[in-house]
Design a protein around this ligand. Structure first.
Ligand SMILES: Nc1ncnc2c1ncn2[C@@H]1O[C@H](COP(=O)(O)OP(=O)(O)O)[C@@H](O)[C@H]1O
Ligand SMILES: [Mg+2]
Length: 252
């Protein structure tokens, strides 16, 4: 069997001196989608940021292996080039940059090229917008400028589709997304998976409804910086009915 795409081994991380991740183990194999659930403040967004190499967090022990190589000290850029993709929870508006210009830069960076012509990107982009049912005018819109929740999600899904990640990390907002925006994500993940079957994904979400559509292979409960329970898709249903209390560690 080939090496896992992503493996976290006893990962500990802190921010501003306080420990947030307290020993996370996770294995994502080729083609697997893992859902990460857990109450507010459990460390879900931190985990995604730490995997991406966000400078605000310090890995104090443990390993982050990408196809067997420890990337825990790599820069975020190097990780992105190696195929880790993080869709940000609250993407900021970038004035004056259109969706297509932004994607052009992101794809060039992923491929290790200085530049990529708009023409080279446009063909792939048109194909993906068609697959995802996105209006062609969207590519010319300025990034996140007045984007609705659904449009921001479309932009993220487009990024994911075009960057062809080894492992995609999707961190869902805890609130403020309507059901249409969630459907965009769910449909997007399904469509990208069909085209890139080897991709691994870690989807952070509160919404069982989203998981109905994404159909994760595994569901993990993160509590106080540790994965306290893992199971199949049925675990999400159980959480939906019973909440997280059943898995609250004694110390938490
Ligand atoms: N940059 C940071 N500096 C200090 N504390 C942080 C930072 N980021 C997150 N935390 C703390 O870590 C805990 C986990 O936060 P977070 O990862 O955002 O949780 P979740 O995404 O599961 O809601 C919270 O107690 C939060 O206040
Ligand atoms: Mg979060």
């Amino acid at each position: 069997m080939s090496k896992p795409l992503l493996e976290l081994r006893n990962l500990h991380a802190e921010a501003e001196g306080s420990s947030i991740l307290r020993g996370v183990d996770l294995i994502v194999n080729e083609g697997e989608v893992h859902a990460l659930m857990g109450p507010n403040g459990a460390g879900k967004s931190t985990l995604a940021s730490v995997i991406m190499g966000h400078p605000g967090y310090k890995v104090t022990s443990g390993e982050i292996l990408l196809k067997g190589e420890n990337i825990a000290t790599w820069t975020p850029d190097a990780r992105a080039r190696a195929g880790i993709f993080l869709a940000f929870q609250y993407p900021e508006a970038i004035g004056g940059v259109s969706v297509i210009q932004f994607l052009r830069q992101a794809i060039a960076a992923r491929k290790g090229l200085d530049e990529l012509s708009v023409l080279e990107v446009r063909l792939d982009l048109a194909e993906w917008m068609d697959r995802l049912g996105i209006d062609s005018a969207f590519a010319e819109r300025h990034l996140n400028d007045g984007f609705s929740g659904g449009e921001r999600k479309r932009n993220e899904v487009l990024q994911m589709a075009l960057l062809d990640p080894v492992v995609a990390l999707l961190d869902e907002t805890d609130s403020g997304l309507d059901i249409d925006a969630l459907r965009v994500v769910a449909k997007g993940v399904r469509t990208v998976r069909e085209q890139h079957p080897a991709m691994g994904a870690v989807v952070v979400t509160h919404y069982v409804k989203l998981l109905d559509e994404i159909r994760p292979d595994f569901v993990h409960v993160l509590f106080d910086g540790q994965i306290v329970h893992s199971g199949g898709a049925e675990l999400a249903e159980q959480i939906d009915h019973e909440g997280y209390d059943a898995w609250r560690p004694v110390s938490a």
